[in-house]
Ligand binder design. Structure first.
Ligand SMILES: Nc1ncnc2c1ncn2[C@@H]1O[C@H](COP(=O)(O)OP(=O)(O)OP(=O)(O)O)[C@@H](O)[C@H]1O
Ligand SMILES: [Mg+2]
Length: 271
């Protein structure tokens, strides 16, 4: 039991990603090595274009590495699967379906073959309630705000009961207040579900608030992991109390130093 929970749940081993473009080969990622434990919350942070989405897409199985390998729960990641649900920055809801039906579609795909209709409905309603969208289940995406759409996207991902929740700047397009509110909700949801999460972000405070570890990436081409910062703050975390916490401030400063002193955008990361 103990040894199993200590074994890495997601493993990225010596992964390279070289894109083939009209201009030739473009080495996006080089020698990525990352082990993520079950129940861990890991953020990927780095300047625009460094390869955060590429790394997330490798874990999602939407891309295959040109070298090296990836494992989830001991199995090779050979393609996308419901055990690795993705929340994209620009919520990808189907516009002609209600919020309920958007989530139900994913629930049916994963659980439909094995479970009764009432159970599927129950799962869908529970997921929407978890993100505070129980009141708007019948609405279509165009009838709700950006923050609400993002919640439905998160509900859809959570409803699949994924082993790993992958999020690519899930709050990037939202205003600061909505963003803070959804971050707080995500903290509660993750505490309740013990989800393993990999989240891409540009936002230093978001990374420190949410993460157990912050993976800081160097600039591309051939970007790699520069440093990994453990965030030792106790949970549950409270953003107001944390603002003056020395551990919080120290972590924040470490990430800012990495991004803006040692790896400023525009400088080549090639050694
Ligand atoms: N399909 C592709 N074909 C060719 N090059 C690509 C492809 N996808 C990404 N790239 C390149 O790989 C690099 C990393 O891109 P990626 O989208 O992973 O960056 P990112 O860190 O997510 O950036 P942002 O913060 O702006 O979202 C960039 O230089 C990008 O142009
Ligand atoms: Mg990206």
């Amino acid at each position: 039991m103990t040894t199993q929970s200590l074994a890495p749940f997601v493993r990225v081993q010596q992964a390279d990603m070289v894109f083939t473009t009209k201009q030739g080969k473009f080495p996006a990622l080089r020698d990525i090595n990352l082990d993520i434990a079950r129940g861990e919350f890991v953020s990927l942070i780095g300047h625009s274009g460094c390869g955060k989405s590429t790394l997330l897409n490798l874990i999602a199985g939407l891309l295959r590495p040109t070298n090296g390998g990836l494992l989830c729960d001991g199995r090779e990641i050979a393609g996308p699967g419901p055990e690795r649900a993705v929340v994209f920055q620009n919520h990808s809801l189907l516009p002609w379906l209600s919020c309920f039906d958007n989530v139900m579609l994913a629930v049916e795909t994963v659980f439909g073959p094995r479970e009764s209709k009432p159970r599927l409905i129950e799962r869908t309603e529970a997921a929407l309630q978890l993100v505070g969208m129980g009141h708007a289940m019948a609405k279509r995406p165009h009838e709700i705000s950006g923050g609400m759409k993002q919640r439905v996207g998160i509900a859809r991902a959570l409803a699949m009961e994924p082993k790993v929740l992958l999020m690519d700047e899930p709050f990037g397009a939202l205003d600061a207040l909505t963003r803070a509110h959804l971050q707080d909700e995500l903290l509660k949801i993750v505490a309740a579900t013990h989800s393993t999460v990999v989240m891409v972000t540009h936002d230093v405070d978001e990374a420190v608030l949410l993460s157990d570890r912050i993976v800081m990436m160097t600039n591309g081409p051939a970007a790699t992991i520069g440093e990994i910062l453990p965030v030792t703050l106790a949970r549950p975390r409270d953003r107001v109390a944390l603002a003056e916490d020395p551990v919080y401030m120290h972590a924040r400063k470490a990430v800012i130093d990495f991004l803006y002193t040692r790896h400023r955008h525009g400088e080549s990361a090639a050694a």
